[in-house]
Ligand binder design. Structure first.
Ligand code: FRU
Length: 514
């Protein structure tokens, strides 16, 4: 939280310089820098996704929200719903701060199918269920876990009169993530003592009474905070096996700098989590700078068996000063999670959810072509713009470097490339437009890949964002960019001979906010 207050100060200083931009921005979703298929708040400041849960045909997305300003503060839960994880409908604020008492920090939501809490008053006699949200009441000196319930599909919420439901008398006990542990017929909550880098596991028969069962950590971190933990069971690709994965959001200390998402593969017996290997390796979910505070959907329709998460598309190093004015903050695209076996062990793999394919308008599909040929075809197809998806397989040949120039304009460009010499995929946003709002923003952020003869890049461009899925989700880089309007050229580059585009498909994507 220290970082937040520092950045908050900076935000107030920078804000007046940015006021001119507000004239160009209307209170609509069609503004420069406003993503067209990512979730952004209707107005004001947003950070973490919260309470992601599927219930009665709707995916709920709650989020850390400041209804009063453009920087972090007055934390409440904003709310939106979707039937496809792609088109979102904004709803009124679900949970408000209690001014002078507590703010509503991050947390999760569950469906209490069998009314274990006794809080469900469903008018339908066949249906005993309701939604229960579990969040941190952030008091001045202490952080405690609260619950609230909704008997109308999340439209209105009531705080439980017996709050708090979990209290360790600590200033940094936060971010409860709750799920139903069917094997022992009980609720499990993972939370953190953030400054101690410690996970706390509790359980409950009814969501109201919680018992602390164990702790885990610190493990692999000697500095920073742990925030927004999650404990999920993931399938191992191509097998019937499943493994428990602990998600730790780490603030700061990520590979690209600032905040990032770690994970630990291990075992869970309903009360204790243990790493599979004694020397806990520090594994990262995303190698860009802007993916944090993840939340996985609870109660996903069992038929598709997917585990899907979403992350806040920012970084605490500069979240309060990003150069948008009427709204600030975005969420990533939702991604399906699994584990894949590599030579050095199991690794987390992420894929964009299939539902995004409904937005595609194909512009170009080309196989076995040179860079010059592809660039000609891109021009012929009129493939320029700010809202695009690309799927490419590159064979660098003798080229040292091959990739995309996106949102290119006068003296601006964002590079998404493969450095074959160092076997790295990178996003370079040093010249991506407005970068001066934070010294921590400009930069080239990279991730190593296993082999360098070929690489596949699946890239999502959305006005002010780039997400790159490398080799079918083996690595991901998520980055925000702020190019001036009109910088819309898309082209490929290669430094060196014999570079080949094995295949490339280019889609323009429709806006979900029209
Ligand atoms: C993570 C975080 C959480 C906290 C929330 C407050 O970004 O710091 O630990 O609950 O944001 O907005």
């Amino acid at each position: 939280m220290k970082k937040i207050i520092l950045s908050l100060g900076l935000g107030l200083v920078v804000l007046p310089m940015l006021v001119w931009r507000s004239r160009a921005q209307e209170a609509s979703y069609d503004q420069p820098w406003r993503p067209q298929y990512h979730f952004t708040p209707p107005k004001k400041f947003m950070n973490d996704p919260n309470g992601t849960v599927f219930y009665k045909g709707e995916y709920h997305l709650f989020y850390q929200y400041n209804p009063e300003g453009n920087v972090w503060g007055h934390m409440s839960w904003g709310h939106a719903v979707s039937t496809d994880l792609v088109h979102w409908q904004n709803l009124p604020i679900a949970l408000h701060e209690d001014p002078g008492q507590y703010m509503v920090y991050s947390g999760s939501a569950v469906v209490d199918w069998d009314n274990t809490s006794g809080l469900c008053k469903n008018p339908d006699p066949q249906d005993h269920s309701c939604l229960v949200a579990v969040y941190t009441g952030a008091y001045k000196e202490r952080q405690k876990q609260h619950i609230a319930f909704s008997n109308d599909r999340g439209r209105t919420w009531t705080n439980y009169s017996g709050n708090p439901v979990a209290d360790l008398d600590a200033p940094d006990f936060r971010d409860p993530n709750v799920f139903w542990y069917a094997r022992q017929h009980k609720w499990v909550m993972v939370t953190v003592l953030a400054d101690e880098r410690t996970l706390v596991i509790l359980d409950s028969p009814d969501l109201k009474h919680w018992t602390k069962r164990s702790t885990f950590g610190p493990a692999g971190d000697v500095a920073g905070q742990w925030e927004c933990p999650d404990l999920i069971e993931l399938p191992v690709e191509g097998t019937n096996e499943k493994k428990w994965v602990l998600i730790i959001n780490r603030n700061p200390g990520a590979p690209a700098g600032g905040t990032g998402v770690r994970y630990v593969i291990g075992k869970f017996d309903g009360a204790n989590f243990a790493s599979e290997v004694p020397d806990v390796p520090v594994l990262w979910a995303d190698w860009g700078k802007d993916f944090y505070a993840t939340n996985t959907w609870n109660d996903m329709p069992p038929i598709d068996g997917r585990v899907v998460w979403i992350g806040w598309f920012s970084n605490w190093q500069y979240a309060n000063t990003e150069p948008t004015v009427l709204w600030r903050g975005a969420q990533s695209i939702p991604r399906t999670l699994m584990l894949r076996r590599y030579a050095d062990g199991l690794r987390l793999v992420q894929r964009p959810v299939n539902e995004l394919e409904s937005l595609r308008h194909e512009k170009l599909h080309i196989m076995n072509a040179s860079i010059a040929k592809v660039n000609q075809k891109l021009r012929d197809a009129g493939a320029k713009g700010e809202v695009y998806e690309f799927e490419a397989e590159f064979r660098p040949g003798q080229a040292e470097d091959i990739g995309f120039r996106l949102r290119k304009g006068k003296e601006v460009e964002t590079l998404v490339g493969f450095d074959a010499v160092h076997s790295e995929v990178y996003v370079d946003r040093t010249r991506s437009g407005e970068v001066s709002f934070s010294k921590d923003f400009p930069g080239r952020h990279a991730t190593r890949v296993e082999q360098n003869a070929r690489v596949t890049l699946h890239v999502f461009l959305d006005r002010s964002s780039v997400e790159v899925f490398v080799n079918d989700g083996e690595r991901v880089l998520s980055e925000r960019i702020y190019p001036p309007p009109g910088s819309d050229v898309i082209e490929l580059y290669a430094n060196g001979p014999a570079a080949k585009v094995v295949s490339l498909t280019v889609w323009e994507l429709a806006s979900t906010w029209k």
